[in-house]
Design a protein around this ligand. Structure first.
Ligand code: DAH
Length: 346
C-alpha cells in the first residue's frame, strides 16, 4: 500500500506539470481525489485492513493527500495567473498593487489631531505650520524665555552641534539650532509673517530630552493656538477653549482655569477638565493645557505694537487628549506600530 501511495503521488506530480488550463486542473483533481480517483480508491481500501495496520496506513494516506493538495494549490495559482494574463492581454505583473488591497486606517494621533483642528476651524482658526528644527531665538528668546530658564538647558533640550548655526536669528547668541521643545515657536513665525488680525492652530511634533515611560516620550505632539486681534480678552479665551472641550469630550465636560505661569503669557493658566465620561478618571479634575493672554513683551519682540494688538494663546498635548478620549493608559502604544492596537481605531 505504501508503494501504491508513493506511485500515486509521483504520477500526480508528473501530471500536474502538464496542466495549463482550469479544465485540465479539474480533470486532474478528479483523477486523484474524485469519487473514483486513485487516492480515493486507496482510502476505500482502508476498511479491509486490520486494527493495527489502520493507523499506520491512515497516516501515510494523509501525507499523500497533503502533497496532492499542495500540488492543487500551486496549480490554482498558476491557472489564475494565466487567466488574468489572457484577460489583460499581457502576463500578470505581480509588482502591481492589488485592486482590493486592505485600506489601512488613520493613526489614532492623526485622527485626534484632525478632530481637534476641525473644532477650531469652526471658530475661524486656520492651520499654520513651522519647522521641527528651530532656532533658539524662535523657540525661547522671542517667547520671553530668558537665557537662564531651565527649559533652555542642554540637559533638557536637544541641540544640534554648534556647527549648525542659523542665519534666521536676529541676534548673536540666539542662532543655536535645536529640535523644538514646543509648537509655541509657530506663534512667533506667524506673528512675524502675517498681518493681524488672525487665528491659527499649529499642530506638530516636539522633542524633549525626556526619559521614556508610560506618560513621557522624547518625541510627542502638540497643538498650539494663537488669536491676535484688537482687544482679545479672557472671555474670548474661555469661550474658545470651552467650545473645544465640549466638542471633544461632550457637553457634560466642565472646565476651570487655574492660575499658572508661562514666560510668554500674562496672565497664564492651566486649563483643567472634569467629565463623568472618562472611565476610571471620571469626576477628577485633569490638567489638559496651558494658556493665557499673549505677554505684551512677546508682541513687541514679534513686531506687533502692544498698544494696538492683543492676543490669546494655548498649547495642548495631542497624546494626552487622545489618551483621555480613548482611555489609553500608556503613551508608548502610539509609537509601537502594533496592528492589534491600531486596528481598534480603524
Ligand atoms: N508651550 C507650553 C508647553 O510646551 C504650552 C503652552 C502654554 C502654550 C501656554 C501656550 C500657552 O501657547 O499660552 O508647555
Amino acid at each position: 500500500m505504501q508503494q501504491q501511495l508513493a506511485s500515486i503521488v509521483a504520477t500526480a506530480r508528473q501530471e500536474s506539470a502538464a496542466v495549463t488550463t482550469r479544465a485540465e486542473m479539474e480533470a486532474f483533481k478528479a483523477r486523484v481525489m474524485g469519487p473514483n480517483g486513485s487516492l480515493t480508491q486507496v482510502m476505500k481500501g482502508m476498511g479491509s485492513l486490520s486494527k493495527e495496520e489502520r493507523p499506520v496506513v491512515g497516516r501515510l494516506i494523509n501525507e499523500a493527500k497533503r502533497e496532492v493538495e499542495d500540488l492543487l494549490a500551486a496549480l490554482l495559482a498558476k491557472v489564475e495567473d494565466a487567466e488574468i494574463g489572457s484577460a489583460l492581454g499581457a502576463p500578470a505583473d505581480p509588482s502591481l498593487p492589488p485592486p482590493d488591497a486592505p485600506a489601512g486606517s488613520a493613526h489614532p494621533l492623526s485622527r485626534t489631531r484632525e478632530r481637534i483642528l476641525a473644532s477650531f476651524r469652526k471658530l475661524g482658526f486656520t492651520v499654520a505650520e513651522g519647522p521641527e528644527v528651530e532656532t533658539e531665538w524662535h523657540c525661547f528668546d522671542a517667547l520671553n524665555t530668558p537665557a537662564d530658564h531651565p527649559a533652555r538647558d542642554m540637559q533638557d533640550t536637544l541641540y544640534l552641534p554648534a556647527s549648525f548655526r542659523s542665519a534666521d536669528a536676529p541676534r548673536k547668541g540666539t542662532e543655536a539650532v535645536l529640535l523644538r521643545t514646543h509648537t509655541s515657536s509657530v506663534q512667533v513665525r506667524t506673528m512675524l509673517s502675517r498681518k493681524p488680525p488672525f487665528r491659527i492652530v499649529a499642530p506638530g511634533r516636539c522633542f524633549r530630552r525626556d526619559a521614556v515611560d508610560a506618560t513621557h516620550s522624547a518625541n510627542f505632539h502638540q497643538v498650539e493656538g494663537l488669536w491676535i486681534d484688537r482687544q482679545v480678552t479672557l472671555a474670548d479665551l474661555r469661550g474658545v477653549l470651552d467650545f473645544f472641550v465640549k466638542e471633544t469630550f461632550g457637553p457634560e465636560a466642565e472646565t476651570r482655569l487655574r492660575p499658572s505661569f508661562f514666560p510668554f503669557t500674562e496672565p497664564s493658566f492651566e486649563m483643567d477638565l472634569r467629565s463623568p465620561n472618562l472611565g476610571r478618571l471620571s469626576g477628577r479634575w485633569l490638567e489638559i493645557m496651558g494658556c493665557g493672554l499673549v505677554d505684551p513683551k512677546v508682541l513687541e519682540l514679534c513686531g506687533l505694537a502692544p498698544q494696538e494688538w492683543s492676543g490669546l494663546a494655548f498649547g495642548l498635548g495631542l497624546e494626552r487628549i487622545a489618551m483621555l478620549v480613548h482611555g489609553i493608559d500608556d503613551i508608548r502604544h502610539f509609537y509601537a506600530n502594533d496592528a492589534r492596537f491600531l486596528r481598534q481605531f480603524a
